[in-house]
Design a protein around this ligand. Structure first.
Ligand code: NAD
Length: 258
């Protein structure tokens, strides 16, 4: 189409972890040859001011993707902000229209971390159809969408969460385990079926650095285990770029070949 794909990332406030994420997303965008713009707004930004920025980005022809870094400061209404983004520029896949498209299994922009997890599974090359998958966690950001992607890929899916009885028994049946609970080392080696594929979505800050939701000893039992850091995290950023390219191709009427 004769122009680079464009991504705007919006950060409100000075949460250090969010600032790191936004910087690395901007850097990756430009390294990929895309047009990347970061909008850093003060913590006391008002709801109307943020809505006005979203409206401006929705109307900007050079911008294909808009990502508002969550969580927002507490005085702001996240649901209203995410719902204001043009669904076809919603590269985080969290707009209710894209949530509905995923639920119905029709094309749409998918949330980046779940999409990255699915691409890792597909990359192993084994068919996913008929596999027993257990998802630990039911958040809007990870657990629910990853479960829906797995259903759409013809897996048999169980979603376990904080009220599930005997999580270990569910994990023990799984060919595929997706851990997204936010508890360091939650999944133990003696829960996991030998040879199972384990995707560790967790990113937990502890005294010694970053650790996942899966005990590293699981590596001795599993057929494959994603590392933390270095597994799902980089895939999340890669999928943000992929979604931006997909959104750009749709807007320009160009075939998206990935
Ligand atoms: P969340 O806190 O919103 O959700 C956690 C989920 O875990 C909840 O649905 C809860 O029901 C479930 N849970 C809590 N205790 C449980 C238990 N004992 N047994 C089973 N389930 C239990 O968290 P989230 O946003 O889904 O994130 C989960 C983890 O993934 C966090 O560590 C987060 O940092 C990480 N994360 C990583 C990426 C990435 O890019 N790799 C992206 C998003 C989130």
């Amino acid at each position: 189409a004769g122009r680079p794909a464009g991504l705007s990332v919006v950060l409100v406030g000075d949460d250090p972890a969010s600032a790191v994420y936004v910087r690395s997303k901007g850097k990756a965008t430009r390294a990929a040859g895309m047009h990347g713009v970061e909008h850093v707004l003060p913590a006391d930004t008002t709801q109307p001011a943020l809505m006005t920025l979203v409206d401006r980005l929705n109307a900007d022809p050079a911008i294909d993707g808009i990502l508002v870094q969550l969580p927002l400061p507490r005085h702001l209404d996240e649901w209203a902000v995410v719902s204001r983004i043009d669904p076809d520029k919603d590269v985080d896949g969290l707009h209710p229209v894209n949530v509905g498209r995923l639920a119905n299994g029709v094309p749409g922009l998918r949330p980046c971390t779940p999409l990255g997890s699915l691409l890792l599974l597909e990359g192993l090359g084994a068919p996913l159809a008929g596999q027993e998958a257990v998802v630990l966690g039911r958040s809007q950001l990870v657990g629910r969408p990853v479960a829906q992607l797995l259903v759409n890929a013809n897996c048999t899916v169980t979603v376990a969460h904080s009220r599930t009885r005997d999580v270990a028994a569910h994990v023990g049946r799984a060919d595929i385990v997706i851990a997204a609970v936010g508890i360091p080392g939650f999944v133990k080696a003696d829960w996991v079926k030998p040879g199972a594929t384990v995707i560790d979505v967790g990113i937990n800050r502890v005294a010694g650095g970053l650790v996942g939701d899966v005990d590293p000893a699981v590596a001795e039992v599993a057929g494959a285990l994603t590392p933390v850091p270095g597994g799902v995290g980089p895939m999340t950023i890669a999928c943000l770029l992929r979604n931006t390219l997909e959104a750009a191709c749709r807007r320009e009427g160009v075939a998206f070949g990935l």
